[in-house]
Structures are given as C-alpha cells and as structure tokens.
Design a protein around this ligand. Structure first.
Ligand SMILES: [Zn+2]
Ligand SMILES: [Zn+2]
Length: 239
C-alpha cells in the first residue's frame, strides 16, 4: 500500500543508478544489470570476520580490528562502498529519494537474517543524525533504512534512545584519528529504559573507518545495553 503510494508520488522513469530509461518502482528502483552488479560486488573480496570490511588480502581480521577489537559483536554491510552502492547512498541521502530505503532496507534485512551472529535482536537503533544534516535533508537516512528493516524483520525500532550531543562537522576529509577524536562523546543515551539489557541492531548507511559504529556501540553498552550488532548498506576497504 505504502509502496503504491510512493510509486504514484514519485514515478521513476530511469534506473536510479545507471539512469537507463524504463519503468521503475519502489520495489525495483534500479535495473537488472545494476542489480547483478550489486550482487556480484558482494563477494568480490574477502571480508574481515569482525567488522565486515572488504580486504585486499585474505585474513581473519582487518588491521583496525587486530589493533583494537571493536565492542560490537559483529558488523556487516550489503556490499562494498563502490560505484553502485555509492550512487544509491548519495541518491538516498543527498537527493532525498527516501523511497529508495525500501529496497535498500530489504537487502540489509536479508543480510541480518542470514547471519546467525546477529541474533538475538530485541530492538533496532538507527545512528542519530546531526542537527545540521537533519535541517538540510529533513530526514535521517539511517532512520528510514531502520524503519524498513524493522518492518521486514518484525522488530521494534527506537529512535529516541540514542542522541547526538556533539555536532560533528563532515567526517569525510578527516583521518581515522581525527574522526575518532571528533566523535568522542558525540552520542548519549537519552533513555536507558529503552535499551537496558537489550540486544541491539545498530543501523548506519556507510561504515568507513568504523568510528561512528564503535562510538555508538560504546555509548549503548555503557548505557546498559546487553549487546550491539551493526548493519550498514555499504562498507569500506581494509587491510
Ligand atoms: Zn541500472
Ligand atoms: Zn575489521
């Protein structure tokens, strides 16, 4: 019903990734060859068993996880942060095409469903957006992805348990150390009751250095959560 509504509201006459013309919908927002590309990229390289980052060499753990083991139980992404994944992230985030979150969220839910190390899960918590990006976009992309995952997996999502208390300027240009410093104490548990002793599925759009996921996990565990697992749409490369 909602999908039909979205399709009428936002008719799609081209593939949102390669822009080939055609008839697309909320359920099928990209073309068959882009879908094939997305699927093929999923297994293009070995991944770190802990954080899910794609690695240039086959090793059980990436350098980041070897240097300091993250507090989350597991992190996985649907695919690597390369062309088709990058384009969909940007279309969702910067062009504000929220309906893309339906298909993206479904694919994220599939990854969670098929990996036993994600379970059990009690609640879904999206990474809170900064005030600046909320004002700019009018929505939090992790929340729309989380909502779809919550629908698919029949799990509750709580959006008011975790809050961003420090405005962090764009992280893109920063080194890993700078990002970590920047994010330190950036989040706060607003309502302990909602996460206390709960197994949490944390949702983010992209895992790059992992600083955001690590910092949110630390904050949630300090706030009384039992366990945190992380799902993102795309992830970077590690060594
Ligand atoms: Zn396409
Ligand atoms: Zn790793």
């Amino acid at each position: 019903m909602l999908n039909l509504f979205l399709d009428i509201l936002f008719p799609q006459h081209e593939c949102c990734i390669c822009r080939v013309p055609g008839k697309f919908s909320t359920r099928y927002p990209w073309c068959g060859s882009c879908q094939q590309n997305l699927v093929e990229l999923q297994t293009c390289l070995p991944i770190c068993q802990k954080c899910g980052k794609y690695m240039l060499e086959k090793r059980p753990l990436c350098r980041d996880c070897r240097v300091s083991s993250p507090d989350f139980a597991i992190a996985r992404a649907v695919g690597p942060y390369e062309e088709p994944y990058r384009v969909t992230t940007k279309v969702l985030k910067f062009l504000g095409r929220r309906q893309l979150a339906v298909r993206m969220g479904d694919m994220m839910a599939e990854v969670v469903k098929s990996e036993p190390r994600f379970w059990p899960i009690d609640v879904i918590v999206p990474v809170p957006a900064s005030q600046a990006s909320l004002q700019q976009r009018g929505f939090n992309q992790t929340e729309v992805l989380g909502r779809q995952i919550s629908k698919r997996l029949k799990l509750r999502m709580v959006t008011d348990a975790l809050e961003r208390v420090k405005e962090t300027p764009s992280q893109r240009e920063l080194t890993r150390e700078e990002r970590e410093k920047n994010l330190l104490q950036a989040f706060n548990v607003k309502d302990n009751k909602k996460i206390y002793r709960k197994n949490i599925l944390l949702v983010d759009d992209v895992y790059t250095t992992g600083s955001t996921s690590r910092e949110c996990t630390r904050t949630l565990l300090e706030g009384g959560a039992a366990r945190v697992a992380v799902i993102t749409w795309a992830t970077g490369k590690g060594y």
